[in-house]
Design a protein around this ligand. Structure first.
Ligand code: MSP
Length: 481
């Protein structure tokens, strides 16, 4: 396949619909949105494809549906919609929202399974083991803590089933080679080394089906109706079914993915099973970007602990633009961190009210007062800051760079004291030069913020490009009470 440079395909994991969206899902989706917006401005709308969606089959979802007394389809319709709503609230602009219950997805998964069987990478075998429904995977005795899965605090179920298996172990040497040659990109470096370590230890073949008696909510195995497709095979395929694999125009244009985002909880599936499936299908390999799994006030976020933060609550309090800023500016991509929501109000007041908001007010107010709102707009350049950081997924760092300029520009006002110059008619030209420089800085700041805060960026640019610049009637960022 020829090298495709002028396109950008970005994906998030498809989220389980056993639970409502929380701030963890929001983080990955916001990151994808920022990158998609950034690349749209670089290479054009049509050359960017941003995919997200929901993972709707399997035992875990069926169990959650039963708990609510709903049939799985009605339940998944409802929860999937709550993800869509959350993304509307956060002003996430995706190109496609895929659901694994979509007809087209199910048909293509069937095609993929048939191909895998024809290529001879599947075989039938018996499985006995412990299955954790929360993880949707088999779990080893040695991984249990007090007989329970440590991540879900639940006893796994004992299974003895006839299943179909995928020869994952056969692909390991090829995956290792692909990682070493750079055909399979795993970022950051620490995760790549972790994967190489896993390969060295050896990884067993993986069962790709479950008995329809134990899991009824799933895609049929096309050649064996006693079996349903393992939810991870169904789920991983979404990244190509969404593009209309194998013949779709989008597939031809966009595959392989330029950025596949996830947290490290699902690293193994994406760095071993997914590349193996792609190799079996003779498809080129994607670039995988793994961020940290963050905690909330030191604890894992979970329904049972009741400490789940809904992105909707943050949007209600701060608006979508600020909510996204607060989430992205807390920690560096890839680091394991704790979200400190109690710090959000101070951060908001410091960075947005006193920082950016104040700068907009002062600059526009002085231009209105001292220059009758008139400046030379040819000073506005199409330049941005933070691009290199964004390309490397260093969002916190990109925002810090932008905020440093905000701070310096506010500092310049303190230093130059334009209000003093305004008292001296002879200093009129000097005053104009200073105010125009400030406006040009602000313009650059606004342009740079476009991927992160699209509405605010647009609003500041609108204010600065009016024939007659005026201080906004309402502050852009009202102080929190
Ligand atoms: N359905 C699977 C993914 C299939 S992709 C082919 C799944 N779903 S999930 O709902 O559990 O979503 C997991 C992903 O959500 C993580 O990999 C990460 O992107 C995001 N996050 C969920 N909780 C998170 C944190 N606490 N911290 C960071 N990201 C989090 O796994």
């Amino acid at each position: 396949m020829k090298d495709k440079t002028n396109k950008f395909y970005i994906t998030t994991p498809i989220y389980y619909v056993n639970d409502k969206p929380h701030i963890g899902h929001a983080y990955t989706t916001i990151v994808a949105d920022v990158l998609a917006r950034f690349y749209r401005s670089q290479i054009g709308e049509d050359n960017v494809y941003f995919l997200t969606g929901t993972d709707e089959h399997g035992a875990k979802v069926a169990e959650a549906a039963a708990k609510e007394g709903l049939d799985p389809q009605a339940f998944t319709d409802k929860v999937s919609q709550s993800f869509k709503d959350a993304w509307v609230n956060l002003d996430i602009k995706y190109d496609r929202f895929i659901r694994t219950t979509d007809k087209q997805h199910k048909e293509i998964v069937t095609n993929i399974l048939n191909q895998l069987k024809d290529k001879g990478v599947l075989y039938e075998g018996d499985y006995s083991g412990l299955y954790c429904i929360g993880c949707e995977k088999f779990i080893l005795e040695s991984e249990l803590v007090d007989g329970k899965c440590p991540d879900h605090n639940k006893e796994p179920e004992k299974l003895f089933e006839k299943n179909w298996f995928f020869k994952l172990s056969e692909f390991l040497p090829k995956i290792k080679q692909a990682i070493e040659s750079g055909d399979l990109v795993i970022y950051p470096e620490t995760r790549k080394n972790e994967v190489l370590g896993l390969i060295k230890q050896g990884v067993a073949d993986i069962s790709i089906s479950r008995s329809a008696k134990s899991v009824s909510w799933g895609i049929d195995l096309p050649w064996d109706d006693s079996q349903k497709t393992y939810v991870w095979i169904d789920a991983l395929s979404n990244y190509i079914t969404a593009l209309g694999y194998p013949d779709g125009e989008n597939f031809k244009k966009f595959w392989p993915a330029d950025v596949q985002l996830m947290a490290l909880d699902i690293l193994k599936f994406h760095t071993l099973l997914w590349p193996a499936i792609l190799m079996a299908l003779d498809l080129p390999l994607p670039k995988l970007y793994i961020h940290g799994h963050f905690t909330l006030d030191g604890k894992k976020m979970s329904k049972s602990l009741g400490n789940v933060i809904s992105p909707n609550d943050l949007v209600e309090k701060y608006g979508s633009e600020v909510a996204k800023y607060l989430i992205l500016s807390q920690f560096s991509f890839g680091s394991e961190s704790d979200i400190k929501v109690e710090e959000f109000p101070n951060k908001y007041n410091a960075d947005l009210v006193n920082g950016l908001g104040n700068l907009v007010n002062r600059v526009t107010n002085m231009i209105e007062q001292y220059l009758d709102g008139q400046i030379d707009k040819s000073l506005f350049k199409n330049e941005t800051i933070g691009d290199e950081e964004i390309k490397q997924l260093k969002f916190k760092e990109a925002l810090s760079t932008i905020w440093l300029i905000i701070q310096n520009t506010n500092g310049m006002i303190e230093k130059e004291k334009p209000w003093e110059l305004a008292k001296t008619p002879a200093a009129k030209e000097e005053l104009r030069v200073i105010l125009e420089t400030l406006a040009a800085h602000l313009y650059k700041i606004a342009l740079s913020l476009e991927p992160f805060m699209p509405k605010m960026s647009k609003e500041i640019i609108r204010i600065l490009t009016e024939d007659k610049i005026k201080k906004p009637e309402q502050p852009l960022f009202p102080r929190l009470q």
